[in-house]
Write a protein that binds this ligand. Structure first.
Ligand code: ATP
Length: 343
């Protein structure tokens, strides 16, 4: 028995002239939460719909568990794919009670147990008799999850399931849903364009760019070792400064950074640097200038212009106050290798 829950090979889909998904190879392990992340229009939803059987691929194949479901002359209908789906608009049936919603799509003899199990799993015991409009948005989304889980799917597909929830509830519900998925060792593919959500939800993240996969890896791998400038930019507010590979390693416009380098000596590079990698010390001799401060509660984020004109951000404790216009020495103190790209 394979440990792969879903496998896409060479998956390709166009709509007229739009190439939505291009030659996609992707595998999801049993019990894994894989996040599909990328900007609007990059092909995330189309990939999910292809896996769900709501779209027919132009080329390539899909396997769910050991069963081929699309490609090579096979096309298995959505209802036979053993998938559960949760979308952003909950899509509960408004005229059915919570229990009836959960029981929908479950064989009748099993429905009572599945409804009770579903309510328990999502922490809503006791609300089975209520109608959807009598629940909060977060509760409705948990019912949608219970309904998707009730037929015991092999894999759960979630498309921006929290985007209709307000900010506070969103954090709470996503944490609850992640706990439920993990406690029940469920396999899930989760679409979002929000990198914070991806870092929080994903065991691994697949970053899409214009229909193709840019990189797949753990949240830490993508955050600290982005394979391309696109991933570095997308995974969290990186600034880019100029640098060069020298005999002593990576030299940047804010000084040397001690780290392994693989590019040849003399190669000019763009270095991705984030606010938590940058330290500031007041120094009237320096030519870097504080442009402004953004108060974020526990921390301040400073905007600083380097002599080259490039802007970097620096995250500092709220206790450190630096006036606008102050000249500061800027240093890279990342504590991890900085991603850099040849230019
Ligand atoms: P978003 O985050 O905005 O939902 P996405 O990454 O999920 O975006 P898709 O919805 O997969 O992107 O769309 C990929 C591309 O395919 C887009 O250019 C979109 O306009 C196009 N597309 C998707 N579905 C259709 C369709 N049914 N007919 C025509 N074009 C489509």
């Amino acid at each position: 028995m394979s440990d792969v829950a879903v496998e896409c090979r060479g998956l390709t889909k166009s709509f007229d002239v739009v190439s939505a998904v291009r030659n996609l190879d992707l595998a999801v392990e049993q019990g894994e939460i894989l996040v599909l992340l990328g900007p609007s229009g990059c092909g995330k939803t189309t990939t999910l719909r292809l896996i769900a059987g709501l779209e027919v691929p132009d080329a390539g194949s899909i396997r769910i568990g050991n069963q081929p479901v699309a490609g090579e002359g096979v096309f298995v209908a959505t209802e036979k794919r053993r998938i559960g789906m949760v979308f952003q608009d909950y899509a509960l049936f408004p005229h059915l009670s919570v229990s009836q919603n959960i029981a929908f799509g479950v064989p009748q003899r099993a429905s009572e147990t599945r409804v009770q199990d579903g309510l328990r799993v999502v922490g809503l015991c006791g609300v089975g008799g209520r109608m959807p409009h009598e629940l909060s948005g977060g509760q409705q989304q948990r019912v949608a999850l219970a309904r998707a889980l009730a037929p015991h799917p092999a894999v759960l597909l979630l498309d921006e399931p929290f985007s209709n929830l307000d900010a506070g509830l969103r954090l709470q519900v996503r944490s609850e849903i992640r706990d439920i998925l993990k406690a029940n060792r469920l396999t899930a593919i989760f679409v979002t364009h929000d990198q914070d959500e991806a870092l929080f939800m994903g065991d691994r993240i697949a970053v899409f760019n214009a229909g193709s996969l840019e990189q797949v890896g753990t949240p830490e791998e993508l955050f600290f070792a982005p394979a391309s400038r696109f991933v570095a930019e997308f995974m969290g507010q990186a600034d880019f400064i100029r640098g060069e590979i020298t005999e002593h390693g990576l030299q940047t416009e804010i000084g040397p950074v001690l780290q392994p380098v693989t590019l040849a000596v003399g190669q000019r590079v763009e270095v991705a640097i984030r606010a938590d990698d940058v330290s500031l010390v007041a120094d009237p001799q320096s030519k870097a200038k504080v442009l402004g401060r953004s108060f974020r509660g526990a921390v301040n984020v400073y905007r600083v212009r380097l002599p080259s004109g490039r802007i970097v951000h620096s995250l500092q404790p709220h206790t450190l106050k630096l006036a606008d216009g102050l000249l500061v020495r800027v240093q890279a103190e990342p504590g991890h290798p900085l991603a850099h790209f040849a230019i």
